[in-house]
Design a protein around this ligand. Structure first.
Ligand SMILES: [Zn+2]
Length: 306
């Protein structure tokens, strides 16, 4: 349940009444009902008498994280985080067109897909706009993710409403950005298609309790805080990757390092996802790899098409 201040604000927004007038009406309602209900309860009654149904409004709004595949009527509000270029493809009887929009709200992000003549519904919209989409439907794409699709019955309307998309959700939705290695910048979360040209393996041991490095004395390992411990073995791989445009130093730790090793990567072209950071000692950029994938030709073609 909303608190009283929020309820008063909502009533005020949807009527021409000032906060003071609404508070007075709530007080009058409490007197009328001999203080048998709470102020919040009285606010709901006042709202209802003014023709506003606060409860109904609240229940109707669908949040992005609650969209599941197969919904035949999706009505959502969100902020446009990204609009793709129009992608054209061959189809029976001519050329097809598709545009996808990344839409976010405070609960998540979803890709909204729009085909052919329905693309005109997105005209004049830009990144950062808040929109209300009505009468869309949902389905899963070939990657198993839920998407919202517009149909000829759908409408898209720009609304004046500030919608906050938490930064981590927005970043997740946008995904890593494919970059050339000669164009990377500090702090970026990127994806690169590159070949590992050199690799160094390094193992060190750490304390299972506090993760700090342990010292090996004869055959035992000692943590300065936890004494003799059974250490955790950690792997680091580092070296250079090259994508034909630039060569950049990379590092990978533990599970990611193991995954890279298991792919026997030297000389292979792979897809790397990672964070660009500045080497503290030398000041040059390097990539802290977070994940690695074999090259997927279909996915590469899809990327080339936008
Ligand atoms: Zn320790």
């Amino acid at each position: 349940m909303d608190n009283l201040a929020e309820l008063i604000k909502k009533i005020s927004e949807r009527t021409n009444l000032s906060k003071e007038e609404i508070e007075r009406k709530i007080e009058e309602k409490l007197v009328e009902l001999s203080y048998l209900i709470s102020k919040e309860g009285a606010a709901y009654i006042v709202a209802k008498e003014l023709g506003i149904d606060l409860l109904e409004k609240k229940d109707r709004s669908l949040k992005i994280k609650n969209i599941i595949p197969g919904m035949s009527k999706v009505d959502i509000e969100g902020k446009i985080l990204k609009i793709s270029d129009v992608r054209e493809f061959e189809r029976e009887g001519g050329v097809g067109k598709v545009v996808s929009v990344l839409l976010g709200d405070e609960t998540g992000t979803v890709r909204v897909v729009c085909w052919n003549s329905d693309i005109s519904k997105l005209a004049s919209l830009k990144e950062g706009d808040s929109v209300r989409i009505t009468n869309a439907y949902s389905r899963t794409n070939i990657f198993g993710n839920v998407e919202v699709h517009l149909s000829e019955n759908s409408s898209v309307e720009k609304i004046e409403k500030a919608i906050e998309v938490p930064e981590n959700l927005a970043r997740e939705g946008l995904g890593p950005k494919r970059k050339r290695l000669d164009k990377i910048k500090e702090g970026e979360f990127i994806e690169a298609k590159a070949t590992i040209v050199s690799m160094l393996e390094n193992r060190f041991y750490s304390c299972p309790e506090c993760n700090s490095r342990v010292e090996k004395i004869s055959d035992d390992f000692f943590c300065k805080d936890h004494g003799k411990v059974q250490p955790v073995e950690n792997l680091i791989v580092s070296g250079y990757m090259d994508d034909g445009f630039g060569a950049v130093r990379y590092l990978a730790f533990r599970d990611v390092a193991e995954k890279i090793l298991s792919m026997n990567p030297l000389g292979k072209e792979l897809i790397f996802v990672g964070r660009v950071r500045k080497n503290r000692l030398y000041g040059n950029l390097e990539i802290n790899i977070k994940d690695v994938f074999p090259l997927n030709i279909e996915e590469e073609i899809r990327k080339l098409c936008g």
